[in-house]
Design a protein around this ligand. Structure first.
Ligand SMILES: [Zn+2]
Length: 90
């Protein structure tokens, strides 16, 4: 009976002595230390940035893109088209 075909592969996990006796030794990378809970959770979290939403300035003379709900950095006006007002020095 030849059982060598059953011994290699998934059946051997921690039998390093038997693995060394075989012709081909399977070498796998094993982490040296346990990964901390903090590192695991940090890796699993999604550290992604996203581009901010920009709106076009209501000032037709300006027309720049700026952040919503903020004064336009280029012309200094804030508000919808109806009641635009100068809030900062342009
Ligand atoms: Zn503007």
């Amino acid at each position: 009976m030849d059982l060598t075909g059953h011994q290699d592969g998934t059946h051997m996990k921690d039998d390093t002595a038997e693995a060394a006796s075989q012709d081909e030794e399977i070498i796998v990378a094993v982490p040296k230390r346990k990964m901390s809970r903090s590192n695991t959770r940090s890796r699993r979290s999604q550290w992604k940035t996203s581009a901010p939403t920009l709106v076009t300035c209501a000032n037709p003379a300006c027309g720049q893109k700026h952040l919503p709900h903020t004064a336009c950095p280029s012309c200094g006006e804030y508000g919808p088209r109806g009641d635009r007002r100068q809030v900062t020095e342009a």
